[in-house]
Design a binder for this molecule. Structure first.
Ligand SMILES: *Cc1c(COP(=O)(O)O)cnc(C)c1O
Length: 363
């Protein structure tokens, strides 16, 4: 591998991310397809991911926070860069100076942004975020009514899109999807009957009427299945290989790991990897799931500790110190690891640690 000192190597296939973006774009011919690169590109590296997508024609990027936008601004100088978390109070000047677009989520944010625009004599770009059921960000019904009575409050803004966010897009028959879309249509009609943005990755697969003018896929770009329960249409992006540090034979009745949560039922070979919860390989993987060797699973046994994880390789005498096991890759997607750890693929990816050697496979 050319990585003699690495305990684990995380390979990110930028070509696959670009292919996933193009595939999503093809699902949405009537509008623009952006890319969500918050949380450091879902743990995979916002800068290389955004650079690859921008070079492939993606023009609109979404992050969660102002600091994320600032750290990406120079990587994608031409792109529209939207902060989903809204206009941070006190940071208005910084947003305007760096050309960062807030998703305005309250009357106070609208007023702060328009008054700065007046002050600077500039028409400042914005998205208008309305809450259709998430109860986190966006104008609520009361604020929306006030704004509907007082449209002038939006004067002087370059309002690019009205947006909202789906609660259950990955559950296609959840009635909330249609309810939210109808609320969204009604709010858009009253507030700003222009271009609109509603769908996340899964929302792009809900059929007609959810795509609108700008789609905001994140997870699907990174290989997470936007259609849970059906075949994943996305390409896999991530491979995580870890080196076997040690292999030992233990007698029947011996235990592995903290608190002796696993007991060998037979004479067993235990392989130890230098990956643990400090690398985002959560403790909830303890005694759950497997790594792959040569395409065959070897079960994870015992507690995941900070820097180490143990596997029962009794049936694989060909695993030795220096062998490499696949934690994520062609045999085991982030979605699979998530099932074992009682979480979702999003959390598996965004937890991937910074101790891994990171390799970016170019397009
Ligand atoms: C994270 C996020 C997205 C992307 O969601 P995915 O399910 O990862 O595609 C889109 N819109 C908003 C508002 C988000 O917070």
């Amino acid at each position: 591998m050319g990585t003699d000192t690495a305990a684990a190597v995380l390979t990110v296939d930028l070509g696959a991310i670009v292919a996933n973006w193009r595939f999503l774009q093809a699902q949405h011919p009537s509008g623009e397809t952006g890319a969500v690169v918050k949380a450091d590109g879902y743990g995979l590296g916002a800068r290389p991911v955004a650079a690859a997508l921008a070079a492939s024609g993606c023009r609109t990027f979404f992050v969660a926070t102002a600091d994320e936008a600032l750290s990406l601004r120079d990587t994608i100088p031409e792109a529209a860069l939207v902060v989903l978390g809204g206009l941070f109070v006190g940071a208005e000047q910084e947003f305007a100076a760096r050309g960062i677009i807030p998703a305005l989520g309250s009357l106070a944010e609208i007023d702060a942004w328009t008054s700065l625009g007046r002050c600077l004599g500039r028409v400042l770009p914005a998205l208008l975020h309305v809450d259709t059921g998430m109860s986190r960000l966006g104008l609520d019904a009361r604020e929306a009514s006030i704004l509907a009575e007082d449209h002038a409050r939006l004067d002087g803004l370059d309002l690019r899109y009205v947006m909202s966010h789906l609660v259950s897009a990955e559950v296609p028959d959840d009635p909330l999807n249609a309810i939210q879309r109808d609320r969204f249509l009604a709010m858009r009609e009253r507030l700003a009957p222009g271009p609109a943005s509603l769908a996340n990755s899964a929302g792009m697969f809900l059929g007609e009427g959810f795509g609108f003018d700008l789609a905001r896929p994140g997870s699907a770009l990174y290989g997470i299945n936007p259609t849970p329960g059906r075949t994943n249409p996305m390409r896999q992006v991530v491979t995580l290989m870890a080196r076997v540090l040690a292999v030992r034979e233990i007698p029947a009745g011996a235990t592995a790991g903290y608190n002796a949560t696993w007991t060998a039922a037979r004479v067993s070979r235990i392989a130890t990897l230098g990956v643990g919860y400090a690398d985002g390989w959560h403790r909830s993987h303890s005694n759950a799931g497997a790594a792959y060797f040569d395409g065959h699973p070897v079960p994870l046994v015992g507690r995941v500790s900070m820097d180490l994880t143990t596997f029962d390789v009794t049936d694989r005498p060909d695993i030795h110190p220096g062998s490499w096991l696949e934690l994520l890759g062609p045999h085991r997607a982030a979605d699979d690891a998530a099932v074992d750890a009682g979480t979702i693929g999003y959390e598996v990816l965004t937890s991937l640690g910074h101790r891994y050697r990171r390799v970016y496979r170019p397009e």
